[in-house]
Design a protein around this ligand. Sequence first.
Ligand SMILES: Cc1cc2nc3c(=O)[nH]c(=O)nc-3n(C[C@H](O)[C@H](O)[C@H](O)COP(=O)(O)OP(=O)(O)OC[C@H]3O[C@@H](n4cnc5c(N)ncnc54)[C@H](O)[C@@H]3O)c2cc1C
Length: 435
Amino acid sequence: MQSVDVVVIGAGFAGLTAARELGHAGLDVLTLEARDRVGGRTWTEHRLGHDLELGANWIHWVQPHVWAEMTRYGREMIRSPRADEAYWRGADGSARAGTLDEFMALIDAGQQLVIDDVRTAIPRGSDPTVGAIQDLDRLSIQDRFDALGLDPEARAANESVWVGHVNAPLDQVGLSSALRWVAATGGHWQLMHEASSTYRVVDGMRGFTDLMAADVPGEIRFNTTVTAVTADGDGDGAIVETSDGTQIRARRVVSTLPVNAIAGIRFEPTLPAVWQRQSTETVASQGTKVWLRAQGHVPRFFAYGSQHDALSVLKAEFYLSDEQGDYTLLVGFGPEHARIDPEDLPGLQAAVDAVRPGLEITDATAHDWMTDPLARNTWMTHRPGQLTRDLAELREPAGAIHFATTDNANLWGGFIDGAIESGLREARRILDALA
Ligand SMILES: Cc1cc2nc3c(=O)[nH]c(=O)nc-3n(C[C@H](O)[C@H](O)[C@H](O)COP(=O)(O)OP(=O)(O)OC[C@H]3O[C@@H](n4cnc5c(N)ncnc54)[C@H](O)[C@@H]3O)c2cc1C
């Protein structure tokens, strides 16, 4: 049986970070990845005539872990196009159109009110469970909107912005998601908005994660699905089993599986109760991302739908041409993955018409991360109560098994930054333990 110091399960940002740190520290590390590529929920693919991010897209310099990696690997970023036109739904559900400035003026007061208590709720973004959040965590974002008494027109627009951010119906998402993200940007919602949806990496996430993978000293074994992890009785090692029956002994194991997908591995003894609970409950995020080809070069726009629409956000991203003429690639997000079928062009056309009338959709592509057994999640948002109840416990190792995932990060949980934070954290803990 092969024997290594550490097996890392998964080669997304959390796994690549942990494997690199442990390998550079001199440990014998083996990374097992079920897919045929690195990157996990980041995935750059050439489709619809352009390199597209089917998973994560945007990063920002206020995300310290990801920014350190950008610097380390000499990555640059580029701004997504600014919108000239804005579309949104009014209080009666009918379409509104205006400029970006008009839309921002409409949402300004409401966006501030939603997070106005952020300084007391989460005084330090790096410690998201400390503060008045302990009492507020039972609230959903919808609860907060219900209590604000906003003018209906402003309320509709403000709700739509948050549906776009959290990729789930607002009554299912903890207010904690709004508060912790804004706490991570020093209490400024405008900066949070920019951080989560503006700058993408030149050469794509693929270029980024390929450089990280090349920097991992040990082997990254692809197409290798871990099916079981059996801990030694004395907690000083484990046996990792893969789907072809191969067994590998390791002194420590790092699982990077998202909470929604952890049931894909049989752990012996069974995982701590907190993992079982979250795996059963699942986290709140349940949305989708879709790329759409629209005929012609359309004005730069973004559009917001309501949480009842198939698309909650739609924006023009790339302007291209081929033998069929000019076209624009749009990126869309929806709050419920089952409402979007990239094969159903008439359905997609109707979804687009509902939020941005006047476009002709001719093609589309997407990856359904919610039904992908290796992910079962998009960018994590918590249900009410989950953050303060579970976050600290989710970070605790179970004997020789460690958990590095963006789902248990402190600062930008749910984002790439959080994945890197978690990989660094668990690598350090393992080095301390094995020293
Ligand atoms: C559509 C979408 C848009 C997003 N947009 C953004 C964004 O703009 N900015 C941002 O910062 N974040 C965004 N995110 C979130 C971001 O992608 C994740 O937070 C981050 O990539 C998670 O990294 P991770 O390493 O924790 O998990 P993952 O990337 O999920 O890595 C886990 C790895 O484990 C592997 N694995 C799972 N099960 C097994 C098994 N049994 N055996 C072996 N390997 C296994 C998986 O294949 C995967 O490679 C987005 C996510 C999605 C889906």
